[in-house]
Ligand binder design. Structure first.
Ligand code: ADP
Ligand code: MG
Length: 353
């Protein structure tokens, strides 16, 4: 058997795409059948530099032995590969050995994770905008109605006094403007009301699963283990899935943030789910953070209350309006042994949805 033949036989025993190129001129010396299945669709697969150019790996000159694998996208097959390079002199002439590991599944998982996270963040921004618009609309409506009333009163007085006509004209113009502003606000209110959420029978395990997956990276970074304790046979809740995900995400994020200063060994985050005495599903997010003073507990749910330098203070306000929309209750209590419990209730679907 020639040296090349021996290399080819060796490569054939490897179940992932492998190829040997001459280190000198880069021509393909031997390959296994997974390699040919994966890359023979590329005209350049018989030459190292051309192959890499066709895979869009511009850094092909440094890609030898020891370097981190390079991730490339093979457009012809729409698959992703990690290219590992090694060197060998076993073939009689110096070889560059390529192993191409198919990483498409991982890339796809990452992509869907990312786009889901983006969607959720997007909803959260939408909600804060909606929440603020609702508040503004509410706050401005009263004074505007009062302004229109005062203007009407003034117009009557001017009318009784028989002028001056310039004042009457100015008052009429002011009233037109105020009425215009009120019309804009009522359109905003209609728009907010029009964003009807969709409630269905939803599995809490699925909702917590999504949220935990979204927070896994952050939890890992903080060396935090999130314990999930859902009662077995938990009935489905009647809820808008994305909105409840949003609430849980906010609560768990707050819990993680509350433990930023707590030593890793003392941190503990537990999500519980069970049916409570009122026959509702109750979810509790329990942390081992600093907890809250009674005074803070009072203001907790009001918009813009925050104790964080980078906080917005609208997370809990949004959570509360979402949960109340669901005919549930958002609550806070101190946790036995230190920390806080933030929880909410949701009605059981019970045939609805
Ligand atoms: N798990 C928790 N432990 C301690 N304090 C909390 C917790 N969750 C919320 N808080 C307090 O409630 C405040 C408001 O929370 P939130 O509405 O989410 O706004 P933000 O997180 O932007 O500050 C926080 O700044 C914090 O003081
Ligand atoms: Mg928050």
């Amino acid at each position: 058997m020639t040296a090349d033949g021996a290399v080819a036989a060796l490569l054939e025993a490897i179940p992932v795409p492998c190829a040997a190129f001459a280190r000198g001129d880069g021509r393909l010396l031997a390959s296994n059948s997974p390699y040919r299945d994966a890359f023979s669709g590329l005209p350049g697969h018989v030459h190292r530099t051309r192959l890499l150019a066709e895979l869009g790996d511009d850094d092909h000159d440094s890609g030898s032995g020891g370097a981190a694998p390079r991730e490339v996208h093979a457009a012809h097959s729409n698959r992703w590969y990690a290219l590992h390079w090694g060197e060998s002199d076993a073939g009689g002439e110096p070889l560059s050995l390529l192993t191409a590991v198919d990483i498409s599944a991982r890339i796809e998982a990452l992509d869907s994770h990312r786009s889901r996270q983006e969607k959720l963040l997007f909803t959260s921004r939408l909600m804060s905008v909606g929440e603020m618009a609702a508040m503004l609309a509410h706050e401005l409506n009263q004074p505007l109605a009062a302004i229109v009333n005062y203007l009407n009163g003034s117009l009557r007085l001017v009318d009784q006094a028989g002028g001056p006509v310039q004042v009457e004209r100015a008052l009429l113009a002011a009233r037109t403007q105020a009425e215009h502003a009120a019309a804009v606000i009522s359109r905003v209110r209609e728009f907010i009301r029009a964003r009807e959420p969709r409630r269905d029978a939803r599995d809490l395990a699925q909702i917590t699963g999504t949220v935990l997956e979204l927070l896994r990276l952050e939890a890992d970074r903080q060396q935090l283990r999130i314990e999930l304790a859902l009662a077995p046979d938990l009935p489905a809740v009647y809820a808008d899935r994305v909105m409840v995900e949003q609430v849980l995400l906010n609560l768990v994020k707050n819990a993680i943030e509350a433990m930023r200063e707590v030593p890793a060994a003392k941190r503990g985050l537990r999500i519980e789910g069970r049916v409570n005495l009122d026959g509702e599903v109750e979810v509790r997010v329990c942390d081992r953070g600093e907890g809250l003073s009674a005074e803070q507990g009072q203001q907790l749910f009001s918009p813009f209350f925050t104790t964080k330098s980078d906080g917005l203070g609208i997370g809990l306000a949004i959570c509360r309006s979402i949960i109340e929309y669901h005919e549930g209750r958002l609550f806070f209590e101190p946790r036995d042994g230190g920390g806080s419990v933030f929880g909410f209730t949701l009605p059981i679907a019970d045939g609805r949805g």
